[in-house]
Design a protein around this ligand. Structure first.
Ligand SMILES: Nc1nc2c(ncn2[C@@H]2O[C@H](COP(=O)(O)OP(=O)(O)OP(=O)(O)O)[C@@H](O)[C@H]2O)c(=O)[nH]1
Ligand SMILES: [Mg+2]
Length: 105
C-alpha cells in the first residue's frame, strides 16, 4: 500500500471528540513501552509522526492518525505502566474501555 497522506487528525479523551465520518478504525493496544507508537511511524514510513520515548507512559490520549483519507490508526496509552499513580492508570483504562464499548467503527 502506498501511503500518500498520513496525519494526526484528532486527539481525543472522550467519545464526543471522536471523528464521526464512519471510516474504519484500527486501534493499537499493548503494554506500555512495547513500541506501539514506533510501529505506527514504521508502517506509515514517517519518522516522527507519533511521539515515542524510551520511557514508558508517553502516549496519554487517543490519537487518531488519518491514512490516505481512508481509515484511521489509533495510538493509545499502554497498559501495565506501574509508575503512574492508580488514578491516572484508571483514567486511561476507562478512556480505552469507553472507546471499545461505544465506537462503531
Ligand atoms: N529494539 C527495539 N526497540 C524498539 C522497537 N520499537 C520501538 N522501540 C523502542 O521502544 C521504546 C518505546 O517505544 P514507543 O513506540 O514510544 O512505545 P509505546 O508502546 O508507544 O509506549 P507508550 O506510549 O508508553 O504506551 C522507544 O525507545 C523505541 O525506540 C523495536 O522494534 N526494537
Ligand atoms: Mg506510545
Amino acid at each position: 500500500m502506498i501511503i500518500k497522506d498520513a496525519n494526526l487528525d484528532v486527539i481525543a479523551t472522550r467519545r464526543s471528540q471522536y471523528p464521526d465520518e464512519g471510516k474504519p478504525e484500527f486501534l493499537l493496544v499493548g503494554r506500555s513501552n512495547v513500541g506501539k507508537s514506533s510501529f505506527i511511524n514504521s508502517i506509515l514510513s514517517r519518522n516522527n509522526l507519533a511521539y515515542t520515548s524510551s520511557k514508558p507512559g508517553k502516549t496519554q490520549t487517543l490519537n487518531f492518525y488519518s491514512v490516505n483519507h481512508e481509515f484511521y490508526l489509533i495510538d493509545v496509552p499502554g497498559y501495565g505502566y506501574a509508575s503512574t499513580d492508580k488514578k491516572t492508570q484508571n483514567k486511561f483504562g476507562l478512556m480505552i474501555e469507553e472507546y471499545l464499548e461505544k465506537d462503531k467503527n
